[in-house]
Design a protein around this ligand. Structure first.
Ligand SMILES: Nc1ncnc2c1ncn2[C@@H]1O[C@H](COP(=O)(O)OP(=O)(O)OP(=O)(O)O)[C@@H](O)[C@H]1O
Ligand SMILES: [Mg+2]
Length: 413
């Protein structure tokens, strides 16, 4: 089996807020493959929405990078400014020591080393600013280069009669690439369907907003698109002239979905799209997302606060706790072999359909200070089995591996 290409890569993302640097997202790294549905779960306030908002650049990331389709679209700079500050403190201390020892040559070397290091970090900061500001243009350039290379190659071996056709194809694709906007290829469906829809705007205006921002003014085209999207999400074109308050919760969420898919996205970040809805309506909205996923070949990052919602929908699940990732695994694997005590506590919160087992279900409460002893070694995200990552130190890793080994032996695999 060939691995599907990576569409999104989040590297060491940190999102701090306020003067005191409240760490809403604290060094989060993960990848999403094209066509996958990845669930992010964790309790209220653990940083799920913030992660989504930082990816789509609604927050200015403090530190870390986000790559989408190979293009860096988010680049925080704090890690570089911190590195400069630390290097300066260290160098000052060493220079003082060397001066005391009277080693003038070593002092000069130390200063030169610091200068080179600072220059290198500043170059990284400039590159980060450049990518943040110009990612749309940079991505277009890359696409155009790839198209030109492809057609140069094709023309080399083509028969003379085919050249005109190839040249027309090249022009058409270059034109398309010139209009590509990588940033709008990620769309978010927001958590609160009431707060996220402007009450003073009609449904038509809400759904068409993204197109207008892109500079499209042709109202017949816009209306056609809006009607098409309304039908696609299970509403009707007569709804276009109404206001958000005239709709039910489930319908409002459909409007939010229409607003996202009109931009023809490749990645959708669905932030608790069904949490505010009745159970029966939840299934309808999830089914709609599933249909759209298949029709449009979408990749979905699905945020939820409990595991039961993401279980059937996600290929992989990321579990977050207080701004950090504590476990990542394939959905089935996570349910069969949850390793981190926080994941286990989340699982213990899901009611069981069988009343006999439900009676015996024990709710586990996760208390970090009781669950771990990190006095000697801090945890980091480690791969316990292929594709199964858990935040742990080496001692815990051994325990987890033994546990997995045993449960796998038990199944005869
Ligand atoms: N703009 C902001 N300024 C200051 N603090 C913020 C900001 N945005 C989020 N936070 C804080 O960051 C933390 C994470 O918030 P976030 O909305 O990401 O949580 P969540 O996991 O989505 O929770 P929920 O399940 O309730 O939606 C919270 O403590 C929140 O108060
Ligand atoms: Mg949230």
């Amino acid at each position: 089996m060939t691995e599907a290409e990576t569409i999104l890569e989040v590297r060491h993302l940190k999102q701090y807020f306020g003067k005191r640097d409240f760490k809403a997202v604290d060094d989060v790294s993960f990848t999403v493959r094209k066509g996958e549905v990845v669930g992010i779960v964790g309790e209220s306030g653990c940083g799920k929405t913030t992660t989504g908002r930082s990816i789509i650049r609604l927050n200015k990331a403090t530190s870390g990078d986000v790559y989408f389709k190979g293009q860096r679209i988010v680049a925080g700079t704090r890690s570089y400014t911190d590195a400069i500050a630390h290097a300066k403190v260290d160098a000052r201390q060493r220079v003082q020591e060397l001066r005391r020892a009277g080693d003038a040559k070593a002092v000069r070397e130390e200063r030169a080393r610091l200068k080179a290091f600072v220059a290198e970090q500043r170059a990284q900061i400039r590159a980060a600013h450049r990518d943040h500001k110009h990612c749309v243009k940079l991505y277009r350039k890359r696409l155009q280069k790839e198209i030109n290379e492809l057609y140069d190659e094709k023309e080399k071996t083509a028969a003379p009669a085919e050249l005109a056709e190839l040249s027309a194809q090249r022009r058409a694709r270059l034109k398309e690439a010139a209009g590509e906007n990588i940033v709008t290829k990620i769309q978010m469906i927001f958590q609160d369907p009431i707060a996220s829809l402007d009450p003073r705007m009609t449904v038509r205006e809400i759904i068409a907003e993204g197109l207008r921002i892109q500079g499209i003014r042709d109202s017949a085209y816009i209306d056609g698109k809006v009607f098409e999207m309304l039908e696609r999400v299970g509403l009707v074109k007569e709804h276009a002239g109404r206001y958000p308050h005239e709709f039910s919760g489930g319908q409002r969420q459909r409007i939010g979905i229409a607003r996202a898919i009109i931009m023809n996205p490749e990645l959708i970040i669905a932030d608790e799209p069904v949490s505010a809805l009745d159970v029966s309506i939840q299934a309808q909205v999830i089914n709609l997302l599933n249909e759209l996923r298949q029709e449009m070949g979408l990749t979905i990052l699905f945020i939820a606060h409990d595991l039961s919602v993401v279980k059937y929908f996600s290929d992989r699940i990321i579990v977050m706790y207080f701004g950090k990732i504590v476990e990542i695994a394939d959905s089935d694997e996570l349910f069969a072999h949850p390793l981190h005590p926080y994941t286990r506590s989340l699982l213990s919160a899901i009611p069981l359909p069988n009343p006999h087992y439900e009676k015996k279900r024990k709710r586990m409460i996760y208390v970090p200070s009781e669950a771990h002893d990190y006095s000697r070694e801090q945890p980091e995200l480690r791969e316990i089995a292929p594709g199964h990552f858990v935040s742990c130190n080496r001692q815990e890793m051994e325990i987890y591996q033994r546990k997995l080994g045993k449960s796998c032996d038990g199944k005869g695999t």
